[in-house]
Design a protein. Sequence first.
Length: 438
Amino acid sequence: MKAEFVLRPKRVILPVANCLRVSSLLAVLASCVWLSAQNVVLTGFLSGLVSDKSGAVVPGVSVVIQNLATGIQQTTTTNHAGLYQFPALMPGTYSIRASREGFRDVQVLVAVTVGNTTSQDIKLQVGAATDTVKVIGTTPLLRPTESSASTVIDRQLIEDLPLNGRKYTNFMMLTPNTSYDGDTGLVSIAGQQGGEDSGYANGNGSTSFTVDGSNATNNYFSDIVGRNRIPYLFGEDSIQEFQVAVSPYTAIYGGGAGFVNAITRSGTNAFHGSAFYYNRNSVFSANDALDKSLGNPKPQDDLQQFGAGLGGPILRNRLWFFADYEQQLRNNPIPVINSALATNPTNLASFLTANFGIPAGTTLPPPNGPLPVPGSDSTPNPSNPVYLQQVSNVVNALNANLGLKARKGNDWVLTPRLDYQASARDSLFLSLNVNRFN
């Protein structure tokens, strides 16, 4: 099911609560102030020049824009230089209507993307106001008002492309100046290496992350056991679009060689939703050549991913909701194989003789502890019951740490959001992100 275009807040920025940290939301709800510097990473900027057929600028033109998904309208007037601007617009598709007495009305469709300045010039034609000139086209890719190199991955691209793992930041590899750093999931942006201690696999000092205008650089260290990383902190279906900016050396971005800026989805005037289920079971796969040649059994790796999202209006043109729930269940036990340390009734006697100087036929007592304890024996002493007891504990500890060991990769994430439009130019939203990784 295709997603609707969704509304984004304009002036009030409420931080996303990441990994059960939601205490800052109420404080921001009570603070309705103009935060233009931060809004640039949460919204888009729309501006343009209105001129007539001869190229002369036209002041005093009424410019009305409307968000096609929510119906929200904003109005401004061109200044003495024929310029108009809307400094903080939620990403989406807008209809622009320019009108002035003595000229035909002009209607243009334009897409506003997160973190970018969209320039849309309008040419008026002399005629009656009852006539409307419709301009059909796309916004030019060249942004002459910006010097940074950035790419926006929009909702349509996220939906259309397959993604193994459902972590939206993997789409970063579709943007210029990014590359993989080996086989652990790290990503370099503009030659700056990603960090080992990040759930995003690259949220270190050289790369910054924001979600809904708030700092979302995460230092969740999950790579210390079994090379496991947290699957995702935000579900794929919860992201509307995100921007990857390279070397954005401005105060807006806060520095860093790379900047990944995402916004979450919200509801629209039409209900929209989706559901998915994915199952990958090792029962249907073959054993790899290496394990097969060594006589090892086929590794088990069972993965299930499922979830659903729903959004729509609570009050049309005023209040909307969206909620996304995604879960992963993964059973991926890790085999610990060391033929030199593994013992069984067949090789136990030779193992004890070679490593502990215990002659064949000697019976070990049952183990009485998980690990051996330090003793005073400097040489093997098979006649000492204490020595035999510690050897028994060693053999037990080795066998206990060999074989198939449990390894899970279970994760669930819930991302609800409420958007409220107080007036044509004032809105706020409440966004929550709850994640549990096992």
